[in-house]
Design a protein around this ligand. Sequence first.
Ligand code: GDP
Ligand code: MN
Length: 398
Amino acid sequence: MNIHEYQAKEILNGYDVPVPRGRVAVTADQVERKAKMLGGRCVVKAQIYAGGRGKAGGVQVAYHPEQAHEIAKEMFGKRLVTPQTGPEGLKVRRILVEETVEVGREYYLSIALDRQSSRYCLIGSAAGGVNIEEVAASSPEKIHKLLIDPYTGLRSYQARKLAHALGLEGGVAEDCVQLILNLYRCCLDKDCSLIEINPLVVTKAGWLLALDAKINFDDNALFRHWEYHEMQDYSQMEPLEISAAKFDLAYIKLDGNIGCMVNGAGLAMATLDVLKEKGGEPANFLDVGGGATREKVAEAFRIILQDSDVKAVFVNIFGGIMRCDVIAQGIIEAASDSHCDLPIVVRMDGSQVAEGKALLEQSGLNVQCADFLGDGAEKIVTMLQQAATDAAQGQERG
Ligand code: GDP
Ligand code: MN
């Protein structure tokens, strides 16, 4: 789970990590007022669920409150496109107004979950700032990494080793050690999968300061933190992923045109693989889970149909806990409600499969049943091609 920079900074501030003074605003007038409170000169920062804002014009310095107002007015109306947002970008609805800081030097510092070792990894670089991705690609030796043993936890000598690798010395190095230990404490308490400070700066006056902050929470730990629920900014998320989450369905948008409804993550991945092998392009990954009900199947199917990229639907379900006739009823209910005439292939197996198939065949939908995964994938690709040819011929005939 993602949160905004200003929220991440609030959390870090609670762990004695120094951050610039700042306030969040939702209108240009508010931005102007907050700029005045900060003495006029300020940084205006677009709050979106993505990084790379600096290079995309999402971080700008204003020299007086009226200018902050101007910048904010421009930003609020815009969808900010950065290398992390995809081509549509993300709409700016909140702006963080912060005091400006005289930057001496920029560093990169993060603690991230390393999947390979299943440990937290402390990462730092003296080449921090907006070009960190390029640094990581072209000069990986400038990125220092240290795995944290979950049994002993992060030790101060390890934090000191990293501070020295960044070239810090004396008092600033000790401040950095403390800051790193605080970050680690925050990681554990808050179940973060990532805390990233880029840039961490040493100001011209010689103070350490987190100029930017990004926190991701581990989704698997959300049940332990009810307070996170209201921190979420739904305007920054894919709408269909939000409705799916409400029904406890795992839905991920992909960029093809075949909607896929599957039960179980392993089966979902196998389905996408086989579909691609047969020349199909999945539009999403939707896992209805093990014991889905008729309502849940219907909701899942509706979510798939709401995606305008979907031109065909492939259902691949093993009816172990779920009965195939119940699955069929869910599909028929949702497809009829939405007047769906898209090609559908249903590959299912398990209890009550004959009854399920019979229901589908009598439903009047544009549906075919399949017995095997490969066979089903081939069928949906063929039906999709056929539909495209028919549409083209229809257009020619005018
Ligand atoms: P990102 O591009 O989304 O990661 O946004 P950041 O918050 O990191 O801002 C981009 C860049 O703006 C930073 O790397 C800094 O170089 C610069 N920046 C942000 N705030 C200030 C500030 O108060 N003073 C100065 N001099 N630079 C700033
Ligand atoms: Mn940054």
